[in-house]
Write a protein of this length. Structure first.
Length: 124
Protein backbone atom coordinates (compact mmCIF):
# COMPACT_ATOMS: atom_id res chain seq x y z
CA UNK A 1 0.00 0.00 0.00
CA UNK A 2 1.42 3.40 -0.92
CA UNK A 3 1.28 6.44 1.37
CA UNK A 4 -1.84 7.98 -0.14
CA UNK A 5 -3.79 4.96 -1.29
CA UNK A 6 -5.84 3.01 1.19
CA UNK A 7 -7.79 -0.14 0.56
CA UNK A 8 -11.19 -0.37 2.17
CA UNK A 9 -12.81 -3.74 2.65
CA UNK A 10 -16.45 -4.08 3.62
CA UNK A 11 -16.82 -6.62 6.38
CA UNK A 12 -19.74 -7.33 8.63
CA UNK A 13 -22.10 -5.53 6.29
CA UNK A 14 -25.48 -5.22 7.98
CA UNK A 15 -28.79 -5.27 6.17
CA UNK A 16 -31.39 -2.91 7.57
CA UNK A 17 -34.88 -4.10 8.30
CA UNK A 18 -37.83 -2.31 6.75
CA UNK A 19 -38.57 -0.67 10.13
CA UNK A 20 -35.01 0.64 10.37
CA UNK A 21 -35.16 1.96 6.79
CA UNK A 22 -38.46 3.71 7.53
CA UNK A 23 -37.04 5.25 10.73
CA UNK A 24 -33.96 6.49 8.85
CA UNK A 25 -36.12 7.96 6.06
CA UNK A 26 -38.40 9.67 8.59
CA UNK A 27 -35.38 11.14 10.38
CA UNK A 28 -33.93 12.42 7.09
CA UNK A 29 -37.29 13.91 6.05
CA UNK A 30 -37.58 15.71 9.40
CA UNK A 31 -34.03 17.06 9.07
CA UNK A 32 -34.74 18.17 5.49
CA UNK A 33 -37.89 20.02 6.58
CA UNK A 34 -35.94 21.93 9.25
CA UNK A 35 -32.85 22.73 7.15
CA UNK A 36 -34.79 23.84 4.07
CA UNK A 37 -36.52 26.67 5.97
CA UNK A 38 -35.53 30.11 4.69
CA UNK A 39 -33.61 32.42 7.03
CA UNK A 40 -32.84 36.08 6.44
CA UNK A 41 -29.44 37.47 7.29
CA UNK A 42 -26.35 39.45 6.36
CA UNK A 43 -23.39 37.81 4.62
CA UNK A 44 -19.91 38.80 5.81
CA UNK A 45 -16.79 38.03 3.78
CA UNK A 46 -14.08 37.94 6.47
CA UNK A 47 -11.38 36.76 4.06
CA UNK A 48 -11.76 39.61 1.55
CA UNK A 49 -13.96 42.39 2.97
CA UNK A 50 -16.08 44.00 0.29
CA UNK A 51 -15.65 40.98 -1.95
CA UNK A 52 -18.05 38.54 -3.53
CA UNK A 53 -18.18 34.76 -3.50
CA UNK A 54 -19.87 32.34 -5.87
CA UNK A 55 -20.31 28.67 -4.97
CA UNK A 56 -22.46 25.68 -5.90
CA UNK A 57 -24.40 23.94 -3.13
CA UNK A 58 -26.57 20.84 -2.84
CA UNK A 59 -27.23 19.27 0.56
CA UNK A 60 -29.99 16.73 -0.10
CA UNK A 61 -30.63 14.37 -3.01
CA UNK A 62 -34.02 15.94 -3.76
CA UNK A 63 -32.51 19.43 -3.99
CA UNK A 64 -31.31 20.80 -7.34
CA UNK A 65 -27.73 22.05 -7.59
CA UNK A 66 -27.97 25.76 -6.77
CA UNK A 67 -25.29 28.37 -7.48
CA UNK A 68 -25.16 31.13 -4.86
CA UNK A 69 -23.54 34.53 -5.43
CA UNK A 70 -23.14 36.56 -2.24
CA UNK A 71 -21.74 40.08 -1.84
CA UNK A 72 -20.13 41.17 1.44
CA UNK A 73 -22.63 43.15 3.54
CA UNK A 74 -25.61 42.04 1.46
CA UNK A 75 -28.87 40.82 3.00
CA UNK A 76 -30.08 37.48 1.68
CA UNK A 77 -32.83 34.91 2.18
CA UNK A 78 -31.07 31.52 2.24
CA UNK A 79 -32.00 27.99 3.31
CA UNK A 80 -30.82 27.19 6.84
CA UNK A 81 -28.45 24.48 5.55
CA UNK A 82 -26.60 27.07 3.40
CA UNK A 83 -26.30 29.46 6.36
CA UNK A 84 -24.93 26.62 8.51
CA UNK A 85 -22.46 25.71 5.76
CA UNK A 86 -21.12 29.27 5.59
CA UNK A 87 -20.74 29.46 9.37
CA UNK A 88 -19.39 25.97 10.09
CA UNK A 89 -17.56 24.63 7.05
CA UNK A 90 -15.88 27.61 5.40
CA UNK A 91 -12.60 28.02 7.20
CA UNK A 92 -8.89 27.82 6.49
CA UNK A 93 -7.26 24.76 8.04
CA UNK A 94 -4.23 25.36 10.22
CA UNK A 95 -1.50 22.75 10.51
CA UNK A 96 0.25 22.74 13.87
CA UNK A 97 3.24 20.66 14.87
CA UNK A 98 2.58 18.99 18.22
CA UNK A 99 5.09 17.16 20.38
CA UNK A 100 3.66 14.47 22.67
CA UNK A 101 5.04 13.28 26.04
CA UNK A 102 7.40 10.83 24.33
CA UNK A 103 8.86 13.53 22.08
CA UNK A 104 7.13 12.32 18.91
CA UNK A 105 6.18 15.06 16.49
CA UNK A 106 2.78 14.92 14.82
CA UNK A 107 0.73 17.30 12.75
CA UNK A 108 -2.55 18.51 14.21
CA UNK A 109 -5.14 20.14 11.97
CA UNK A 110 -7.72 22.35 13.58
CA UNK A 111 -10.45 24.52 12.13
CA UNK A 112 -8.34 27.62 11.96
CA UNK A 113 -9.55 30.96 10.68
CA UNK A 114 -13.17 31.56 9.66
CA UNK A 115 -13.56 32.80 6.06
CA UNK A 116 -17.26 33.76 5.92
CA UNK A 117 -20.19 34.45 8.24
CA UNK A 118 -23.94 34.52 7.82
CA UNK A 119 -25.50 36.60 10.59
CA UNK A 120 -29.21 35.94 10.98
CA UNK A 121 -31.47 38.99 11.29
CA UNK A 122 -34.55 36.86 12.03
CA UNK A 123 -33.86 36.87 15.76
CA UNK A 124 -32.59 40.43 16.12
Amino acid sequence: MSGYLQEIHMTNKKTLTSDQKKAAKDKLDKEYKIESKIVKGVFKNLEAPGGEIKFPFKRYAQDPLQIYTLQDGGTYDLPLCVAKHLNNNCNVKQHLFVVDKLGNKTIDMNKGEQRYQFLSTDYM
